[in-house]
Design a binder for this molecule. Structure first.
Ligand SMILES: [Mg+2]
Length: 368
């Protein structure tokens, strides 16, 4: 079996409402979908969800790296040899993890379809009908508005809420406390500062007023600021979860050596796909740290890949595969039942709605 064609689609997914973090507001999702076709008729689907504020990539740069370098590289290769192809891609293109992820996820889909098995089972997962329950992620707004959004999320059926913070510490405390007052006591609350607090001192002052209401604080300070991540671990009574600070397995190893982070946020769009995510998870697990599978608010294909990864590994304790519930429509038959997302097979278990993709598409390139 060999790869004979790679089709690269650039498309835009409308959001239910703009998504606002401490980094930037996002009005719609600019995404790249790849179809990797083999000479025996299997089509693997992959997605690149670039986030320039995290990895420096845009939709255009992701499509260009795929078109100019990665797609030509994998043509005529055996798609089952994923380890070798990932090594070749990593040797040739430094960075651009969303572009790597698009190809790598498609290779995983091909392998599953070829074997007639769901990806999560090929990776070692054993559940018969696995699923994830996604949290509701609340954009940063005024505390009262966020509390109203939290109440709406409870009504919708969510049982976990992630609160975007990272502004003025006093307002952030008010955000968390106001939300906490207006949701049921058993609601799981997490907060993500997206690097928004200036330093450990600012983070400590914010967390002193909210830590006992939260399960975790995610990326409290700038990603390069590992010393403050280390300092925080001793000074606050709440797990600290690096996100922007940990892209690859070697980042995780470095953070562990320096004593930073209690739980790591893996994203397939930072690791460049499932292969490197498996390595990152193994590094974390070797030092008894659990991981979360997070997202860059992927569309259906990237989301499905995340659900399969989570279903395969016991060390993945939380997820944030929120994409399907933040967008007005998907481009596949991914099965969702808010807040639940189901994983199936063979492969990723999702089929493309070509008419819907054509409606949302801004560009298409075929490499063969
Ligand atoms: Mg985050």
């Amino acid at each position: 079996m060999q790869i004979e064609r790679v089709t690269i689609h650039q498309y835009e997914i409308p959001l239910e409402e703009p998504f606002v973090t401490a980094l930037k507001p996002i009005p719609e999702l600019e995404r790249v979908l790849v179809e990797v076709e083999t000479d025996d008729g299997i089509v693997g689907l992959g997605e690149g969800a670039p986030a320039y504020e995290v990895t420096g990539e845009t939709q255009g740069s992701t499509a260009a790296v795929l078109q100019d370098v990665l797609a030509p590289l994998v043509l005529e290769s055996n798609p089952i040899a994923i380890e070798r192809l990932v090594s070749e891609m990593q040797a040739l293109v430094d960075g651009s993890p969303a572009a790597h992820a698009a190809i790598e996820i498609a290779l995983q889909d091909i392998r599953g379809k070829h074997a007639g098995m769901p990806v999560y089972k090929l990776l070692g997962g054993d559940a018969e009908s696995p699923f994830l329950d996604a949290p509701k992620v609340l954009s940063i707004k005024a505390p009262d508005e966020m509390a109203a959004d939290a109440e709406a999320a409870v009504e919708e059926g969510y049982n976990q809420i992630k609160i975007k913070v990272g502004g003025d510490p006093r307002t952030d405390i008010e955000r968390v406390l106001t939300i906490d007052e207006r949701v049921p006591d058993d609601m799981s609350l997490k907060a993500d500062a997206n690097q928004g607090w200036t330093d450990a001192k600012t983070a400590v002052s914010a967390l002193s007023g909210m830590a006992d209401r939260l399960d975790v604080i995610e990326q409290p300070v700038a990603k390069e600021n590992v010393d403050d991540l280390v300092a925080l671990r001793d000074r606050v009574d709440i797990p600290v979860m690096p996100d922007e600070s940990v892209e690859t397995a070697s980042d995780a190893l470095d953070l562990i050596k320096r004593g930073a982070g209690d739980i790591f946020n893996i994203k397939l769009m930072k690791t460049g796909g499932i292969t490197e995510a498996i390595r990152l998870n193994a590094v974390a697990e070797a030092d008894t740290r659990p991981v979360q599978i997070g997202s860059m608010v992927e569309g259906h294909v990237g989301t499905a890949a995340g659900v399969h990864f989570a279903a395969a590994f016991e060390n993945v304790v939380w997820n944030e595969m929120v994409g399907p519930f933040m967008t007005t429509s998907g481009i596949t038959n991914l099965r969702t039942d808010l807040p639940r997302i189901h994983a199936d097979g063979p492969g990723l278990g999702v089929d493309l709605d070509r008419d819907r993709l054509a409606d949302l598409r801004s560009n298409r390139e075929v490499i063969e």
